[in-house]
Design a protein around this ligand. Sequence first.
Ligand SMILES: NC(=O)c1ccc[n+]([C@@H]2O[C@H](COP(=O)([O-])OP(=O)(O)OC[C@H]3O[C@@H](n4cnc5c(N)ncnc54)[C@H](OP(=O)(O)O)[C@@H]3O)[C@@H](O)[C@H]2O)c1
Length: 315
Amino acid sequence: MKYRQLGSSDLRVSEIALGSWLTYGGGVDSDTARACVRQAFDCGINFIDTANVYAHGAAEEFLGATLSDYPRKDYILATKLYFPMSQTDSGLSAQQIHKQIDASLTRLRTDYVDLYQCHRYDHDTPLAETMQALTEVVDAGKARYVGFSEWGPEQIGAALDIPDVVRFVSSQPQYSMLWRDPEREVMPLCAASGISQIVWSPLAQGVLTGKYRPGAPLPADSRAVNPAMNDFMDRAKDDKLLSAVQQLQAIADDLDISMAQLALAWVLRQANVSSAIIGASRPDQVTDNAGASGRHLDAHAIARIDNVLAPYVRS
Ligand SMILES: NC(=O)c1ccc[n+]([C@@H]2O[C@H](COP(=O)([O-])OP(=O)(O)OC[C@H]3O[C@@H](n4cnc5c(N)ncnc54)[C@H](OP(=O)(O)O)[C@@H]3O)[C@@H](O)[C@H]2O)c1
């Protein structure tokens, strides 16, 4: 496993991070989930991403219980706030930031998180109030660094312009061969501002692994057939897209890597991406995905990928 600096922080995160949306505390049983975490450590993954809202706190609770088996210094832990935890608990007000960090730390059974992220931008709270409260959380030692997820360039720029508050070190956007929006504005701005990308759904929720085949039934053990996890799985039923994805197999074969590794190496080709946050429903997926670290894609392979996927890319 290779490691990269996270923005202007002193954190060195594994190129592959383990996420917990839908899976841990949710659609994946706890024995399997624990085995995935163990496998992640065995593969050199040191970076774990969660959020208060994942499985409504149960993902953090699972990680708190599971990670208590490992020395705290051995992993870098990131969580988030913003989405509703109750009818009256949501957003990025000072009151919510102080309340939600304490609740997350309790569930995670730790005194601090390494990275505290704003899960979305809060249009109902003055940005200065959010940044001041995040500063207080860092000053109190409850979070080492702060980041955001899916903020636009104007919002990022406005935060950077506020004096005497903590600086963001990470941005968490969706980014994959199929979803390239961040390349246009967010990545250049962040690269110039000491902010790294830690990208979500780099496998397009498994679609880029090639396991969904055009005209074939959805795999019985996949997220797409699991009612606890399949809310956003339209791409797994798009036969034209799935046919194009199948053409990536030849490119992966020529490089002697799996299709998952091809997709992950593709996002990691960007210097501003510090880590690809994968989901894993089984330990063997962790192993496969971790194998992407250090794989280099040359210009020819990247051009072949673009040629195959051009009609399906969102950019
Ligand atoms: N900030 C945000 O708004 C946001 C949003 C979404 C996610 N995230 C973060 O990003 C993380 C990753 O998101 P994601 O779960 O959508 O990522 P993903 O890595 O694109 O998809 C993960 C799923 O793909 C399948 N898979 C993974 N590796 C595979 C392999 N090698 N071969 C075959 N299938 C494989 C598994 O599903 P099966 O059950 O089908 O096997 C797995 O649960 C989340 O856990 C979360 O931490 C953040």
